[in-house]
Design a protein around this ligand. Sequence first.
Ligand code: CP3
Length: 366
Amino acid sequence: MAAPSKQQEFPEMKNDLALRAARGEKTERVPVWVMRQAGRYLPEFRETRAEHDFFTICRTPVLACKVTLQPIERFDLDAAIIFSDILVVPQAMGMVVEMLPGKGPHFPEPLNTPDDIGRLNKPVNVSQELGYVFDAITLTRHRLEGRVPLIGFTGAPWTLMSYMIEGGGSTTMSKAKSWLYRYPAESHKLLQLITDVCIDYLVGQMQAGAQMLQVFESHAGILGPGLFAKFSLPYIRQISRGVKEKLSSRKLDTVPMIIFAKDAHFGLEDLSQSGYEVVGLDWTLRPQHARARTGANVTLQGNLDPCALYAPEVELVALVKAMLEKFGTQRYIANLGHGIYPDMDPERVKTLIDAIHSHSEYMNSA
Ligand code: CP3
């Protein structure tokens, strides 16, 4: 039997704007959170990071909780996102991943040929391998004291597969893409293995206390429409379906799910019908076009250019107002179109959040 959900034991919610927006309910102001809101642009994060290795923070619930709360204590955000990384899933599957300072993630032994799939753990005992994330979520839900909802997340299968083969960042992803052309059957096999882990991982996060779940398909754009339809979208769909089926079979309430497929403008209609309540947008999409293409049944999230935060303050406020006018105040969660950059002045985040709140309240009262 599955462990009972801890949802009912948590402190009562004081601000559930982001959850209401995700479910399509009325919101008196637009909720906002920022992708990578806990991270190196915050001096308090750099301080914690100077003392601990990146994955040690992820694996130590008190530390993960502490850095998750850092942006919540500083800013008037409407959601927290648990501090972790998408690459904890390849680790759970048996791969070694290091975080090299100034270089990003590094896999000393990436998957070179389909034979290497044999090296992966099968099946993965998700609560054993990733139980530390569940513990961090439960602790953080308590320490949040209902201030804002807590978001859990996973990388989507193609994005994780691309890291497992490339062994780190890549501009072309030609090694990983070569698998899709040369070894389609083995690619599907690998994607399915990852998908099965992602489903259990998200269900476990929800049972531990996550109130919304985001799936990051950060490497969607490089696929183009053809490969996206074959190797990304079917697994994105399986994840929303699989999570919801598992939750309902355990008699647990489902939570809103967000799909963020970066640069997948060609897939927007399909993504809006892939079983997610919220579709995250990068900044290359026009808000009104995105609304027209996704219809009335999904909430949109995004999509300010992360570099807009470098603009002078008055210009940033004008950009925020223009974004709100285009999205409207309902069925909308404001965010950046991708993660915040590490050299950003934290004061700019405050300007962003305040402008979103005050202008959306003004729009709602007009
Ligand atoms: O949003 C949050 O505050 C929660 C934390 C979070 C991190 N990574 C922390 C992190 C989240 C949601 C992620 C997701 C993630 N990780 C994605 C999907 C989002 C996206 O950017 O498209 C991806 C692709 C990764 C993989 C990853 N992790 C990369 C490419 C890097 C290096 C780039 C960088 O910013 O340094 C990381 C490292 C990482 N993940 C850091 C943080 C705070 C910085 C590492 C450090 O402190 O040394």
